[in-house]
Design a protein around this ligand. Structure first.
Ligand code: AGP
Length: 594
């Protein structure tokens, strides 16, 4: 997720672009750049924040320009990989937000046709494609180029000798801001609220030509009449996209995050990782190391690998790993870290590397310290995660683990097909849970009056119980413990009673029968019980005080559905208790100390 901006009008564009870019940095902040049309195209960009770029910029005359704040996906943060990107002639400049899945193939073709590439990005294929089709009309060339592109994009194109901005979107947000003898193009409303609150929302497949006095929007060549909207948000509200907190916004981004992350893996010609890179001999087992929420993803990874790859796997806390034996030469080691900067995980990775082990990392931040230590990085596409409580990065990590296991699975082809089909349906199933958030908010009202809560699960739902408890702890300050359901009777039963509710994660998989017995045992000890159950489960309602229903999935995918419901439960419970949800006390988004 990057921030893009365009301005065309009568005022000097440079100060306006810089101000709008600063408002977009919550979308991406590892690089920034702009291009101005002043006779020719002048581009200034680097892997620096906007205020640093502003300090270095000479004063550039020009009343039209484009700008970008980057969240690296393809190609580490660097001057060459920063946007805008240009064609060979330097006459066409472009900023882009999204992921081009087929860029490798397009790049090969264009290189064979004599185009020189100067960056590692997926984006750079677009200005070269536009150059290839340019015959005096920028809009037509952009249309032709977009026909060859697979993936998501919001883009703004500028040409030195054409006083217009050509913009287009598919599966990435783009708005047009209307001014008086000037117009703006931006990824999001916050960028332009200092100048106008009159906006047009571009829809997927629409392309627009924006000049200082006019906006023409077309779809499949047909001219469209677009409705103008008046925005009444404050800038801070707008950065949250109208959600009250970044946590809720990020929970609602998960269908797209799952689609983007899977989309990348599915489009890859090569498997996402080469196991042989991990060990010269066939792998005997897998070791996942991580902290916090990423550790819970690692534990889900254990069940996924054992079920699909049929080799033993384990998840270890990175902060404890330093006290353990080094894994064997035939153990595949995968570290998981959203930020890529968590000190405990980095030191465990360094210790493994020091012992000659190959390490792969699953991470959300391109070119983080972890991806520099690792032998290979599997990137997820969660985009910037602002809220301290990790939500969308967890489901994105699960997508990486599913794809990793499916790439090396030991299951028959028909099962593989049905699993991949179900994986593609997950965004839709997660959307169903988001559409049912009111019911979950009701359960949160009930839960918010308690100070001690247990979460229980069996099998692949055990780590989900741990994650549900962590989310509730982090944002609502309720003392919550995640427990393997079978373990409660070995001690914690002593704490059960009317003041200690239990949240039971009970998908109807091979653990359900034992889970139902545990639920009866808990009810016998008078604890209020909230059950997370799959649609169509007629019996659990008889035992549970409240039921949160989630769509039915293949058992191995149930953590995705259940964890989204538990994220919403934690969010609304914290809201009920008036907690500072995005910035919980005593916590940091990235823990860079051991
Ligand atoms: C989760 O909500 C917390 N923010 C925290 O537990 C986090 O998961 C942990 O610090 C690991 O962070 P990482 O994934 O960036 O390494």
């Amino acid at each position: 997720m990057c921030g893009i901006i365009g301005y065309i009008g009568e005022r000097q564009a440079q100060p306006i672009l810089l101000n709008c870019m600063a408002r977009l940095e919550y979308r991406g902040y590892d690089s920034s750049g702009l291009a101005m049309a002043s006779g020719n195209i002048e581009v200034y960009k680097d892997s620096v924040r906007v205020n640093e770029l502003a300090k270095r910029l000479p004063k550039i005359e020009g009343t039209a320009g484009i700008g970008h704040t980057r969240w690296a996906t393809h190609g580490e943060p660097s001057q060459a990989n920063a946007h805008p990107h240009c064609d060979c002639t330097g006459n066409i400049a472009l900023v882009h937000n999204g992921v081009i899945h087929n860029f490798r193939k397009l790049r090969e073709q264009l290189t064979a046709e004599g185009h020189n590439f100067t960056s590692e990005t997926d984006t750079e294929v677009i200005p070269h494609l536009i150059e290839k089709y340019y015959q005096g009309n920028l809009e037509k060339a952009v249309e032709a180029a977009l026909l060859e592109i697979e993936g998501s994009y919001a883009l703004v194109v500028l040409r030195a000798d054409e006083p217009k901005l050509v913009v287009a979107r598919r599966d990435s947000p783009l708005i047009i801001g209307l001014g008086d003898r000037e117009n703006f193009v931006a990824s999001d409303v916050p960028a332009i609220l200092d100048y106008t609150n009159r906006v047009i929302y571009l829809e997927d497949g629409e392309i627009a030509v924006v000049t200082k006095d006019d906006i023409q929007v077309r779809q499949n060549g047909r001219k469209l009449v677009k409705k103008e909207h008046q925005v009444s948000w404050s800038i801070e509200d707008a950065q949250k996209g109208g959600y009250q907190h970044f946590m809720l916004k990020e929970i609602h981004e998960q269908p797209k995050v799952i689609r983007d992350t899977l989309g990348d893996y599915i489009s890859m010609v090569e498997p996402i990782v080469n196991f042989s890179a991990l060990s010269s001999a066939p792998l005997e087992d897998m070791l996942f190391i991580a902290c916090g929420t990423s550790y819970h993803a690692a534990l889900v990874g254990k069940y996924i690998i054992e079920e699909l790859v049929k080799i033993p796997a384990r998840g270890e806390l990175a902060s404890e790993f330093n006290y353990f034996q080094q894994p064997s030469a035939r153990t595949g080691v995968v570290a998981i870290t959203q930020s890529g900067e968590t000190a405990d995980t980095l030191s465990a990775m360094k210790r493994l590397k020091g012992a000659g082990k190959k390490v792969i990392v699953i991470s959300n931040v391109v070119s983080s310290s972890a991806s520099r230590i690792a032998d290979q990085t599997i990137y997820v596409r969660a985009g910037p995660e602002i809220s301290v409580a990790a939500t969308k990065s967890f489901t994105a990590q699960l997508m990486a683990l599913y794809w990793l296991a499916l790439s090396y699975s030991n299951v028959d082809i028909s099962r593989l097909d049905s699993l991949v089909t179900e994986l593609r349906q997950l965004p839709h199933k997660v959307q169903q849970i988001l559409d049912n958030e009111e019911a979950i908010a009701k359960c949160a009202e009930y839960l918010s009056k308690y100070d001690n809560v247990f979460f229980i699960g069996r099998g692949i739902s055990f780590p989900v119980a741990l994650e549900g408890a962590l989310k509730l702890k982090e944002v609502s300050y309720i003392h919550a413990e995640g427990y393997a359901a079978g373990e409660l009777k070995h001690g914690p039963f002593a704490l059960l009673g009317v003041n200690t509710p239990v949240i039971a994660i009970a998908p109807q998989d091979d653990t359900y029968k034992s889970m139902f017995t545990n639920i009866k045992e808990i009810k016998a000890r008078k604890s209020p019980l909230i059950a997370l159950a799959e649609e169509g489960n007629e019996t659990i309602g008889e035992m549970a005080d409240l039921v949160i229903t989630v769509p039915k999935t293949e058992p191995i995918f149930s953590p995705v559905a259940n964890v989204v419901a538990l994220q919403l439960l934690a969010y609304y419970t914290a809201k009920q208790r008036g907690c500072p949800i995005d910035m919980p006390r005593n916590l940091a988004k990235s823990v860079t100390v051991e």
